[in-house]
Write a protein that binds this ligand. Structure first.
Ligand SMILES: CCCCCCCCCCCCCCCC(=O)N[C@@H](Cc1ccccc1)C(=O)O
Ligand SMILES: [Zn+2]
Ligand SMILES: [Zn+2]
Length: 510
């Protein structure tokens, strides 16, 4: 009897296992390839750049890098360089500045807004954004001078080659080439070039967005800097994937202050302001914010490219209903994927003390949180208070904003489809996936103008290049720069598609 029962249990378990494995395999190998609505894409003209055009483009970027448009802080920018940059683009892109189709305005002294007037006023305009300021660079740590625009082994080096002068030059150069070829757009579009993105964008992009809002402008979509085409960054993903930022994390910057008792270091207080503050920031670092994998759009990113993972990760990614816990632990292992799944905690400034035998009265620290789409500023603040649990640590909010709205990214979404189609043709069929942009961009000021904001940097980025952004030896290959121009060249032409899709057979996106 007991043996019979045992056998029945074993059979049931085996049956369940077979069922479980079957579900996994069916989901993996019948994974719904996402249908892309087929539009009547016009064949964009002249994809290949001529040698002379390539040369012009490379020189244009080198010249831009040599103008040190550095933003140190909101009140400390290299305004001489910012002004020079305005004259520089006028000289290098004469057709853009003289075309009768284009109006040009300056905001906050150094930001530029262009409107390229299209022939079809029934089409809603769109916008391309980039910025001309850069973060500082410490020349002594670089292999080449960061503002020399040096070319080495097929790469152009310098601050801004990835963030964001390449895109700025790419957009203007694409438009310059198109105008020279006699191109006239159907759909109007704006180009916004902010001058203070690296220090919050309050005087550039924010003012431009407010002005466009006052003018009652509504945008079909907007494309700004953002996530790249990643190559080898997510372990197991075996081809380059273009990540389109459909939302952007929120941000909270806190200043922590401890006021202690100062005095002679020969009879120090039992607990110093430095000690109390160190313990507080250490608690924050040692207790990361909760893992939110699956509660925001990051889940869709992995599902989108499930079939591109190597075996057996393809099964895992196609079955997140069963494996999301394992995947979330795996993603927490590296800093770039960890940033996708939780609110991150970065200790960025720590200050105290003036002399070795003086116990300082005050210690301060700055902590920057980038907020996962499934959390809010308020929730993060509550967790911070609970984690520190020390009334002696005063908290003050230096700036904060909640995660940005999620832009549409379905088959009906004109902007997303235009972007996806352009990526597909310029990046040799690379799949794209909606994703969460982990950094912040000027595009957040344009939320009142459109529901369709996409953050995308048309450059292939490998793991070893990640730290060059805002880091040392920032560079772009000449080939990548040419592709970047082709991207904007095609994007502008593809955006001329009218609103009415021509539905016919669905195709495979991946
Ligand atoms: C799953 C794998 C993910 C791979 C991620 C690849 C990383 C790519 C980098 C993404 C950069 C996005 C663009 C960010 C632009 C930027 O630096 N913005 C700044 C804006 C800012 C300036 C001053 C104060 C606060 C904020 C920022 O976010 O710090
Ligand atoms: Zn940038
Ligand atoms: Zn930046």
């Amino acid at each position: 009897m007991a043996a019979l029962c045992g056998r029945a249990v074993v059979c049931s378990l085996a049956g369940l296992l077979v069922l479980f494995v079957s579900v996994l395999l069916i989901r993996t190998y019948t994974w719904p390839e996402r249908a892309v609505r087929q539009w009547h894409w016009k064949e964009p003209s002249g994809m290949e750049l001529m040698e002379e055009e390539k040369e012009q483009l490379i020189e244009a970027l080198k010249g831009a890098i040599r103008i040190p448009t550095v933003s140190f802080s909101e009140d400390k920018q290299n305004t001489t360089a910012l002004a020079e940059f305005g004259k520089y683009i006028e000289k290098v892109f004469p057709n853009v500045f003289s075309s009768k189709l284009i109006t040009h305005e300056v905001f906050g002294n150094y930001s530029h807004l262009f409107k390229v007037n299209g022939s079809d006023h029934t089409l809603q305009p769109y916008m391309l954004l980039a910025h001309l300021d850069v973060v500082p660079a410490t020349p002594e740590s670089w292999e080449v001078s960061p503002f020399s625009g040096v070319e080495q082994d097929g790469y152009i080096y310098g601050r801004g080659t990835l963030d964001d002068k390449s895109s700025l030059i790419g957009i203007l150069q694409a438009l310059e080439f198109l105008l020279k070829k006699g191109y006239k757009p159907c759909r109007s579009f704006y180009i916004g070039l902010g001058h203070d993105e690296e220090v919050f964008g309050h005087r550039g992009a924010k003012i431009m967005a407010e002005e466009l809002k006052n003018r009652k402008v509504k945008l079909a979509f907007l494309v700004d800097e953002g996530l790249p085409v990643i190559d080898g960054i997510i372990p197991g993903l075996n081809c380059p994937v273009a990540l389109i930022g459909i939302t952007e994390k929120g941000s909270l910057t806190l200043k922590l202050t401890v006021n202690g008792s100062p005095g002679h270091s020969s009879f120090p207080p039992l607990e110093s302001s430095i000690g109390i503050l160190s313990a507080a920031v250490s608690r924050l670092e040692q207790n990361p914010m909760p893992n939110k994998f699956g509660e925001g759009p990051e889940r869709a990113m992995f599902e989108h490219v499930a079939s591109k993972f190597v075996f057996p990760l393809n099964i895992v990614m196609a079955n997140l209903w069963a494996f999301s816990l394992v995947v979330s632990r795996f993603l927490a292992q590296s800093s770039s994927t960890n940033a996708m799944i939780r609110t991150t905690t970065a200790l960025t400034i720590f200050q105290s003390g003036i002399k070795s035998n003086v116990v300082p009265p005050t210690a301060t620290a700055t902590v920057n949180f980038r907020i996962h789409p499934a959390q809010t500023v308020k929730e993060v603040l509550d967790i911070v208070r609970k984690t520190i649990q020390d009334e002696r640590v005063e908290l003050s909010v230096m700036n904060s904003f909640d995660p940005l709205p999620v832009s549409s990214h379905d088959v009906e979404s004109v902007g997303y489809q235009i972007l996806q189609h352009t990526i597909h043709s310029v990046f040799s069929g690379a799949p794209s996936a909606p994703a969460v942009c982990i950094g912040n961009t000027d595009s957040r000021y344009f939320v009142p103008l459109t529901n369709n904001i996409y953050r995308f940097n048309p450059v292939i980025l490998k793991k070893e290049d990640l730290n060059r952004i805002h880091g040392l030896n920032e560079r772009i290959s000449k080939e990548a720069l040419e592709r970047l121009v082709q991207f904007y060249f095609q994007l502008i032409q593809n955006a001329d598609i009218d609103k009415i899709p021509i539905p016919h057979r669905a195709t495979h996106e991946l």
